[in-house]
Design a protein around this ligand. Structure first.
Ligand code: SF4
Ligand code: SF4
Length: 379
């Protein structure tokens, strides 16, 4: 049965000690890394956000993991394709703002600037073609070093969703465009995770993000690091810890159905008691509260109908929008135009992927519903 290691971490200053506890409970880093391994650590650097904004994996946790891998004889490259365009100049800015340059200075690890990718064909739940960053394909081992966050489209993002950043730049939007149903998009995330097969998955939940994640929510202290060899079990444990039901998160629901993780009651926990970190009122992202309908015991077809009627739409705040065009460049169906330095959306074209919200540097995009549903789901 999958084992989840739990280590209390009150403050990022204690990240190294906490991570060493966390990994020791799984038998030590040498269970995962052998001398000479070329290891890619895939952090969550979704966009140019400072560590204290809780949208990205904190550099103190990254440095702790890098040092542990190096101590085991592995060499480390940090590789990530953030949302939006993918080129060396953008990567440099992201590394600077997210704190990766400091990690490089401290540890001597490599930061990836190689924007090459290769197409692979993979038949998992479906036959798919993925473009994947070359450094990830060439690594001996991949570590998914994720951030605990809510997510407007998928409900939650952790170890599995983190690997979507293995797909280069705007290539990601093609998947959004082709897989507009959440079930299909999440099945693709599972296939991608199965293909990459991270050796180890680690979750930075010292400070998570609640509310309108993955970039416009609010930091919330959880105070813990989690790690497991099984990314599906890790996401089940972490989402349970913040009060989500498994069927609220499509990747978790599907991985349970597929038997890729056993139910929560069958997971093995080591380290600190996970119950100490439970949060009952962790705020969901707007648009992902289907659990509320299930709690009032409506028949499932009615739940699904109301859920689709209540689906949130992107709303652009003209007081915050600066007309930078980042959202328009990344919108999969090209539903956004910039007019008079303001973003305008054609909702008939919009596929509700919320890439615009994810990538807006000014938090100018909100997920909004019809006011009746807004009241019903008020969180
Ligand atoms: S909504 Fe955000 S990303 Fe889009 S143009 Fe305005 S500021 Fe830029
Ligand atoms: S407007 Fe926003 S939510 Fe709609 S398709 Fe474009 S990026 Fe996705």
């Amino acid at each position: 049965m999958p084992t989840i290691s739990v280590a209390k971490c009150d403050d990022y200053q204690n990240a190294e000690t906490a991570f060493l506890h966390c990994i020791d409970h799984l038998g030590g880093i040498s269970q995962f890394i052998s001398p000479g391994d070329k290891v890619v650590i895939k952090p969550n650097f979704i966009s140019r956000k400072r560590p204290e904004e809780a949208a990205t994996t904190h550099p103190a946790v990254i440095a702790a993991v890098v040092r542990a891998v190096q101590d085991a004889g592995g060499s480390v490259i940090l590789a990530e394709s953030p949302g939006g365009p993918y080129h060396a100049a953008i990567l440099k800015k992201i590394y600077e703002t997210c704190g990766a340059l400091e990690v490089q200075k401290e540890t001597g690890c490599e930061l990836n600037y190689d924007i090459a990718s290769q197409e692979i064909e993979y038949t998992g739940l479906k036959k798919r073609t993925f473009s994947i960053l070359t450094p990830i394909l060439q690594a001996d081992k991949v570590i998914s070093l994720a951030k605990l966050k809510t997510h407007t489209m998928t409900g939650y993002t952790g170890a599995v969703k983190n690997l979507f950043g293995a797909i280069p730049g705007l290539n990601k939007t093609q998947h959004h465009f082709e897989l507009q149903k959440k079930e299909d998009f999440c099945a693709m995330l599972l296939d991608l995770c199965e293909y990459i097969k991270p050796t180890l998955s680690i979750l930075d939940a010292v400070w998570g993000m609640e509310g309108n994640g993955p970039t416009s929510g609010t930091p919330r202290k959880v105070g813990v690091l989690l790690a497991s060899a099984n990314p599906y079990a890790l996401d089940l444990a972490a989402s349970h810890m913040i009060g989500f039901e498994p069927d609220e998160i499509e990747t978790v629901r599907q991985s349970l159905d597929l038997g890729w993780t056993p139910p929560y009651s069958a997971l093995t926990f080591v380290g600190d008691p996970i119950e100490a970190f439970h949060i009952a009122d962790y705020k969901r992202a707007r648009g992902s509260e289907i659990h509320f309908l299930r709690k009032i015991n409506l028949p499932e077809p009615i739940v699904k109908k109301i859920d689709s009627l209540a689906q949130a739409k992107p709303k652009f705040n003209p007081n915050l929008c600066v007309g930078c065009g980042e959202c328009a460049r990344c919108c999969p169906p090209k539903a956004i135009v910039i007019q008079n330095k303001l973003a305008k959306v054609d909702l008939k074209k919009c596929i509700r992927c919320f890439c615009c919200q994810e990538l807006c540097p000014k938090k100018a995009v909100e997920a909004r519903r019809n006011p009746i549903f807004e009241k019903l789901f008020s969180i």
